[in-house]
Design a protein around this ligand. Structure first.
Ligand code: WT7
Length: 654
């Protein structure tokens, strides 16, 4: 076995949950064993029973799985259901006055909403959407700050059967425009401004710019007034949220949707220049959002759950907008950033709102550990009983800091591997039943048939890396790529791996001798920067769209804080810049990428050359670029290279 893999997987200490945790845990070892056995015995029956028990159906389904059009699987297809009714109405009889949402704004002020208040707010806004002409099946873009109204907007769409597509508030006007066009969205919900880390985010301005970039299908823009700032409103197109709600009723019957109706489209990066619109279906998605809250996060009615993700990502969908509400929990939503006004912010918020479960990303953990490894100890974090991470592998050093300093050595850490496409946590511990190993996402959840395989579909021996696959369909899997079923099939069920029978995650992984999964990185040209997925081609297309650029190749370089950092190798259209001219061009291209995609895709570094290293057949040798970016000596064979002198040019700029 590869020595590097051996050292991460075999030397690792295990961390069992405390007895106290196990005593209260929803799933203990015996219950886990029973669930695994049920799923192994009758995969479809396992899911059928859960769907019957966990969801409130308007019309019960009769068939659990329809695999006649595989890989376009359908679950519970003849059942009728409404997502918002399951999240809100389900709790009104017994828990109407319970706090559903604690929202903390960037400036530290807070607002809470009970289940009843949230229900009313969602009904009112749902009626406002209807009044604006939006209905069942319409696609609606949501471009909002992290305030309660983001959840209200999503829930209101779900209530009337409109399909939301949330665009992360850090994406550019160009990204909004492209998504609006691709999704054929008829309406867009935004805010005049947002606040983040003391800065004002001009959301409405970005929307106005987006809608001037070319033709688009958007007819209505609804604007939530987050600040007192007036923004230009386009007559007939734009309407304030509070004006749209004038005269509407406080009640709105949930639209009966079929289980397979689209709940949302969420765009994510792939290995081409164009992001993919991942489609999720209503019932299957809801089932797993709810169950993972109960099983992985051990959420019980008295828990306060805090997930720090943005609603613009799948984590914010499953573990802010839907899961915690389905589970009837109280949850926090935070508008700001962990470092403002300083690196105490998260810990102050824990002391103030007393969450019991805290779910965040390795990049945030590393940043906060670096800024103040002893800061958590200065606050009362005793409310916490369970921690979670997601987005990328967590390095054991950061894991241990999180465990000791934040969790006080008493909270299990659930390292959850999943994807936009899987809908909810997929390989993750049931923390009362599975011991943790720092850096491993542990084992597949019951019902999730994850395996490490070779091209023929055979399982790899323990200790040997391979392709991460999920071999049986599951209810919360993506249903399609919006407008591109061929791409759906070729990306996720590629014919050259196991004859296209299995879902291929795009990750490389290894199982250790105990069966624990260790994620080793992507198989495709997708980077993971601060837990965000960014396609190298996407950044390359953005760069070559600049008149200054003739050619560009983008690669990822390992980075201690962000996991990977983006490095771009650029061939300028005109002469090769040097010294200050190179710095100026680099700054302007970084800004260009920010404008084209968003700040998260900005290269950390740009190097210039008169060509890219290519083979004689014209293929860019990215391996060499990775070596150069790391500042390492080139040991690879360069004899197939058409133009070896190019390497010297790029190396010089270290
Ligand atoms: C990719 C999915 C699911 C929400 C966050 C990102 C990587 C995710 C882990 C983890 C190692 C992880 C994988 C995966 N990833 N969680 N716990 N350990 N890697 O969602 O943007 O769809 O990205 O993130 O590479 O394929 P996403």
């Amino acid at each position: 076995m590869d020595e590097k893999i051996k050292s991460v997987t075999e030397d690792s200490k295990t961390y069992p949950p405390s007895e106290e945790f196990v005593r209260r845990a929803t799933i203990d070892a015996a219950r886990r064993k029973a669930l695994l056995a049920e799923a192994a015995e009758d995969h479809v029956g396992f899911w059928k029973k859960l769907a019957e028990d966990e969801l409130q159906w308007i019309q019960p389904f009769t068939q659990a799985l329809d695999d006649s059009q595989a890989p376009f699987f359908k679950w519970f297809a003849d059942g009728q259901i409404n997502a918002s009714a399951n999240c809100l109405d389900a709790h009104l009889a017994d828990n109407a006055d319970k706090t559903a949402i604690i929202a903390e704004y960037d400036d530290g002020s807070t607002r809470t909403l009970s289940y009843r208040q949230l229900h009313t707010a969602v009904c009112r806004f749902a009626n406002a959407l209807k009044k604006a002409g939006i209905g069942r099946g319409d696609r609606v873009l949501i471009y909002m700050p992290m305030v309660a109204e983001a959840v209200i907007a999503m829930q209101a769409c779900a209530r009337i059967g409109a399909v939301h597509s949330v665009v992360f508030g850090g994406f550019s006007a160009r990204s909004i425009h492209d998504r609006a066009v691709d999704a054929g969205a008829v309406a867009l919900i935004t805010a005049n401004q947002g606040k983040r880390g003391g800065k004002t985010i001009e959301l409405k301005k970005a929307v106005d710019e987006a809608l001037e970039l070319g033709e688009h299908p958007i007819k209505k823009v609804i604007v939530f007034k987050r600040t007192d700032e007036q923004v230009p409103m386009v007559d007939g197109r734009d309407i304030w949220w509070h004006d749209a709600e004038q005269g509407v009723s406080d009640s709105c019957d949930p639209e009966p949707m079929t289980a397979e109706d689209l709940l949302f489209i969420l765009y994510t990066s792939g290995s081409t220049g164009k992001p993919k619109g991942i489609q999720h279906a209503t019932a299957g998605y809801l089932l797993w959002a709810k169950l993972t809250c109960k099983w992985v996060f051990d959420i019980k009615p008295d828990d306060i759950f805090w997930c720090t993700a943005d609603v613009g990502w799948i984590t914010g969908h499953s573990y802010i907008c839907y899961g915690p509400l389905l589970a009837g929990a109280t949850q926090m939503i935070f508008e700001g950033v962990p470092t403002h006004p300083d690196a105490n912010r998260f810990w102050q918020m824990v002391a103030k709102h007393k969450p019991t479960i805290f779910y965040t990303a390795p990049t945030a953990i590393r940043t906060l550990a670096k800024l103040g490894h002893d800061l958590p100890g200065k606050h009362d974090l005793s409310s916490l009983r369970l921690l979670g991470t997601v987005g990328e592998p967590i390095n054991p050093e950061a894991w241990r800091w999180f465990y000791e300093q934040v969790g006080g050595g008493r909270c299990p850490i659930a390292d959850t591997w999943w994807q936009t496409e899987t809908g909810g946590a997929t390989i993750a511990p049931l923390p009362g039943a599975v011991d943790a190993k720092p850096g491993s996402c542990t084992m597949a959840m019951p019902g999730m048939d994850a395996a490490v395989i070779d091209e023929n579909g055979n399982e790899k021996p323990r200790g040997e890396p391979g392709i991460l696959a999920i071999r049986k369909p599951w209810p919360s899997m993506l249903r399609n790529i919006w407008g591109d079923p061929d791409r759906f099939r070729s990306t996720y069920f590629p014919a050259d791996i196991a004859d296209g029978k299995y879902y291929i995650a795009g990750d490389n992984a290894v199982q250790d001798k105990d069966g624990y999964f260790w994620i080793l990185g992507r198989l495709d040209d997708v980077l993971n920067v601060s837990g965000h997925r960014i396609g190298t081609m996407e950044v390359e297309s953005a760069l070559v769209a600049s008149p200054q650029v003739a050619e560009a190749a983008v690669i990822g370089r390992p980075d201690a804080t962000t996991g990977e950092a983006i490095v771009a190798f650029v061939v300028p259209q005109n002469e090769l810049p040097e010294g200050e001219a190179a710095q100026a061009m680099s700054a302007s291209l970084r800004d260009w990428v920010k404008k084209e995609i968003g700040a998260i895709a900005k290269p950390a570094e740009i190097r210039f050359g008169s060509n890219l290293p290519k083979t004689r057949s014209g293929k860019i040798m990215r391996r060499l670029l990775r070596t150069i970016a790391k500042g390492e000596e080139i040991t690879q064979d360069t004899t197939t290279l058409e133009n070896p002198q190019i390497l010297e040019q790029f190396k010089k700029q270290s």
